[in-house]
Design a protein around this ligand. Structure first.
Ligand code: SF4
Length: 77
């Protein structure tokens, strides 16, 4: 890996399950309204962050490579 990822949570979609926080405690936090947000808008590429995106039941989490904008999750069709 070695990339930096931009992390975006679509709060209009997030249902506050907290699964992303469980998968990546350093990457995500739930706010007082039980909406997830990334701890930082950019992060080092990491398995836990990818697992959080893959595990979100409503696919609210989008990951893209900083610089190139290449899709990490969801993957390009
Ligand atoms: S896993 Fe998805 S729905 Fe659940 S809190 Fe995280 S972003 Fe929201």
């Amino acid at each position: 890996m070695g990339d930096r990822w931009q992390v975006v949570v679509d709060r209009s979609v997030c249902i506050g399950s907290g699964m992303c926080v469980a998968a990546s405690p350093d990457g995500f936090r739930l706010d007082s309204a039980r909406q997830s947000h990334p701890v930082a808008p950019e992060t080092d590429a990491a398995e836990g962050v990818l697992a959080a995106a893959e595990g979100c039941p409503v696919e609210a989490i989008t990951l893209t490579v900083v610089g190139s904008g290449e899709a990490v999750f969801p993957p390009e069709e």
